[in-house]
Design a protein around this ligand. Structure first.
Ligand SMILES: NC(=O)c1ccc[n+]([C@@H]2O[C@H](COP(=O)([O-])OP(=O)(O)OC[C@H]3O[C@@H](n4cnc5c(N)ncnc54)[C@H](OP(=O)(O)O)[C@@H]3O)[C@@H](O)[C@H]2O)c1
Length: 255
């Protein structure tokens, strides 16, 4: 197997960095990577969640580094410390994200900025720090959402943030690939986590562990986009080709 074709399922103590690793999808991805032999630097704001994740795994497989991705300096320092003190990051899963419904009735620009700070600029800060510091980076996976495909009623700021990410990743991919870095856009549908309990009926969602399986399978295949579950992603993707007035007829039913 060539250097660039190493299997995601054989970590062999290679180093991954996962943001938003304390709960939900990031926790399940971190766990799956650790079980497949990766040493995982796990970041989020809550050290308590990271420590409990560490305790569930073999010693040395989960390495908690608390980080708020809205803090520009801290993000740069975290990546420098990882590269200097722990090892060279090969795989980065930029998953930290936040969600809020933002109905027009009490729409606030401050709230929109808060969402963009984490979902868009948080990812951009991590990518900037990785590109300037990492010595052996092979793959970056960015957590988007199927909500980034079309404007989601009552979740304008969230879906706009994910649309921005999808566009950002598309724009930087050619230069990243030229530098030898694969960029994967991960666009989940509904996953049952603490993020969206009131927005999504649990019956429509999949488990975070199932989501992690989709993500690892997609990374194994070096997919540019990892969208799941398949039927939902195809359905929502197809709405991108709907005429605007048809999409409006559907979306206005949700307000
Ligand atoms: N659940 C879904 O249906 C769904 C669908 C599509 C996409 N997604 C995306 O999947 C990602 C993970 O979400 P999830 O559903 O697993 O929800 P979650 O359980 O709430 O996970 C979000 C993670 O991000 C961390 N985080 C939030 N703000 C942060 C900040 N400023 N700095 C660092 N870490 C921060 C949280 O930990 P702390 O609070 O401790 O910092 C938490 O570990 C998000 O990007 C989300 O948009 C989710």
């Amino acid at each position: 197997m060539t250097e660039s074709k190493k299997s995601i399922y054989r970590g062999n103590n290679r180093l991954a960095w996962v943001t938003g690793a304390g709960t939900g999808i990031g926790r399940s991805v971190s766990s799956a990577l650790a079980k497949n032999g990766w040493r995982v630097v796990a970041s989020a704001r809550s050290l308590q969640n990271l420590n409990s994740l560490r305790e569930e795994h073999q010693p040395g497989m989960i390495l908690p580094i608390p980080l708020d991705v809205t803090d520009c300096n801290a993000t740069g320092v975290a990546v420098k410390n990882i590269e200097g003190d722990i090892g060279a990051i090969e795989l980065a899963i930029l998953n930290a994200g936040t969600f809020k419904t933002t109905p027009l009735s009490d729409f606030s620009v401050d709230e929109m900025m808060e969402i963009f700070e984490v979902n868009v600029f948080g990812v951009a800060r991590c990518i900037r720090s990785l590109l300037s510091t990492s010595r052996r980076l092979k793959t970056i996976a960015v957590m988007g959402s199927l909500a980034g495909y079309r404007g989601l009623p009552k979740a304008s700021s969230y879906s706009a943030s994910k649309a921005a990410l999808i566009n950002f990743v598309e724009a930087i991919r050619p230069e990243a690939v030229k530098r030898g870095i694969n960029l994967s856009m991960v666009n989940p549908g509904f996953v049952n986590t603490r993020l969206t309990p009131s927005y999504i009926p649990p019956i429509l969602g999949i488990s975070p562990d199932r989501a992690a399986q989709y993500i690892l399978d997609g990374l194994e295949r070096e997919q540019m986009e990892i969208a799941f579950p398949k039927s939902l992603s195809q359905l929502i993707r197809s709405t991108r080709h709907f005429p605007d007035d048809l999409y409006y007829k559907i979306s206005r039913r949700f307000v």
